[in-house]
Design a protein around this ligand. Structure first.
Ligand SMILES: [Zn+2]
Length: 484
């Protein structure tokens, strides 16, 4: 059935900013403090308390806007979004409605797949606006305690990034989300933790028969906390809507929750329209004026973003597009690799070790890049010893493991464990002679043309040398001797 329908997806992402203080007061945004300990009259919504805008929030919003190709509004205003909920003491959320800080941006994504929707797509970004988060309700099963509210999170700064309905599959939605996630991480404005809700996604999903101009009625999937669940939720929703239409039913506009246990979405409430919130400009906050100098100052402190970094890695280090994608996916890993490649002339060797053993060990232990015990300096120290043939690539694996656990330098480990490669021709020649003498049958077969036995002989010599013989020399000497 799917082939008769076109899928249309738009995404709204809430990015929690990592500022030290809240958006309209000086309270700390630190996580995990005792309930309501980080509050003041402003974030408690006490009558007469006046909000004061946090300059850092504006700066972070400008960064996000520049990094997503938005126009930064010279004048934007804050609005009250009115609704009643116990975690919102003022009875309204300060947000932006008309005149948001950023508009008309886009992100480029790549997806696999064929046909006209495979490969490269440009996804429009309608707007990015600043707003405050609400508090948190803590529900208890015990009827005597009931539900409680913790307002530590109230007034925490958020950016809401609203895309155009430009995505046509769950793959495109995920590619866009990962791209946006990567950018806010590179900018250092969000900790990026989906599970803890620092990067929250609502997906608007609708379907329409091919060729129909008008958009189908959409359902909004709320607050799903992993990329995998977002994909599953969207997939489920596409099938549900198509089935409904095929059965003669109608999709209703509503908010739906994804249940990761069942893999299904279920209706939560009817979806509000903007007018339900009775937006109006907040009279407590003056219009925000951003002049060109400020924008240019922020542009000047933007870090190198993923795309330019990729281009630089490919040009300076002659890496493939595929390897560059892996190395730049995470800014911290890109910086780690960059630090190695700046100090060691063989960038490809650096890339292979970082993508290989470093990442493998790191994944085994589930640690962040900052926690990797082998610093770029240590890794480069070892790569230098491979390059000058003090150790072989094979022995390097042992050295690497030892560096990881002990934090010692490669030189110290090579010395202590006597791992120096044997490059003395006489010594290797003797081992080669011994191995040939011990395996006369194989030597005979080799001389009769069974070339692949060379690997067997190399293995025997390497074993005899405890892995320390220089493999190139072993190879060369064996060929010479076996071929007579
Ligand atoms: Zn406060």
């Amino acid at each position: 059935m799917r082939k008769h329908y076109e899928v249309v997806i738009g995404l709204e992402v809430h990015v929690q900013l990592t500022t030290n203080t809240k958006i309209f007061c000086g309270c700390s945004t630190a996580f995990g403090s005792s309930p309501n300990s980080q509050t003041c009259p402003v974030c408690l919504g006490l009558p007469g308390a006046l909000p004061v805008l946090n300059r850092q929030v504006v700066e972070n919003a400008i960064k996000a806007g520049l990094a997503t190709n938005c126009q930064i509004a010279p004048r934007s205003i804050f609005a009250r979004k009115n609704y009643f909920y116990p975690d919102l003491p003022k009875g309204y959320q300060i947000s932006q409605f008309e005149l948001p800080i950023c508009e008309h941006g886009h992100l480029d994504i790549e997806t696999e797949g064929q046909g006209e929707r495979g490969g490269h797509q440009t996804i429009g970004i309608t707007r990015i606006h600043m707003e405050e988060d609400a508090g948190k309700l803590l529900h208890s099963d015990d009827p005597t305690t009931g539900s409680r509210v913790d307002l530590n999170r109230a007034c925490t700064p958020l950016l809401e990034v609203v895309s155009e309905p430009d995505m046509r599959s769950s793959d495109e939605a995920i590619a866009y989300l990962k791209k946006l996630h990567q950018i806010v991480m590179y900018l250092g404005i969000c900790d990026g933790n989906l599970e803890e809700g620092s990067f929250r996604c609502d997906a608007n999903v609708s379907v329409r028969p091919w060729g129909q101009e008008e958009l189908g009625t959409r359902a909004e999937l709320k607050n799903i906390n992993s990329f995998r669940f977002i994909k599953e939720g969207i997939e489920y929703e596409i099938d549900r809507q198509i089935e409904l239409i095929e059965d003669g039913g109608e999709v209703v506009q509503e908010t739906r929750l994804y249940d990761s246990n069942t893999g299904m979405t279920r209706s939560m409430r009817g979806k509000e329209e903007a007018h339900d919130y009775r937006y109006f400009p907040d009279p407590d906050l003056v219009p925000l004026i951003i002049d060109n100098d400020w924008i240019e100052t922020v542009r000047g402190i933007l870090p190198e973003l993923p795309e330019p970094k990729k281009a630089r890695f490919m040009a300076d280090y002659s890496l493939s597009a595929h390897n560059t994608d892996i190395l730049t996916a995470e800014k911290a890993l890109a910086d780690y690799f960059d630090a190695c490649a700046r100090q060691h002339k063989d960038a490809k060797a650096c890339a292979n070790w970082v993508m290989g053993d470093v990442q493998r060990r790191r994944n085994d232990e589930g640690i962040s890049v900052a926690e990797i015990p082998v610093t770029p300096e240590l890794l480069v120290g070892m790569l230098e010893r491979i390059a000058d043939k003090t150790i072989s690539g094979k022995i390097a694996k042992t050295v690497f493991e030892e560096m990881w656990t002990s934090g010692k330098s490669a030189d110290a480990i090579i010395d202590e464990k006597g791992l120096k490669q044997v490059t003395d021709t006489g010594a290797i020649e003797k081992m080669v002679d011994d191995v040939i003498a011990a395996n006369p049958g194989q030597a005979q077969e080799f001389s009769e043309g069974k070339d692949k036995l060379l690997g067997f002989f190399v293995g025997q010599v390497m074993k005899a040398s405890k892995g320390k013989a220089n493999p190139g020399m072993v190879n060369e000497l064996l060929c010479k001797k076996l071929r007579g």
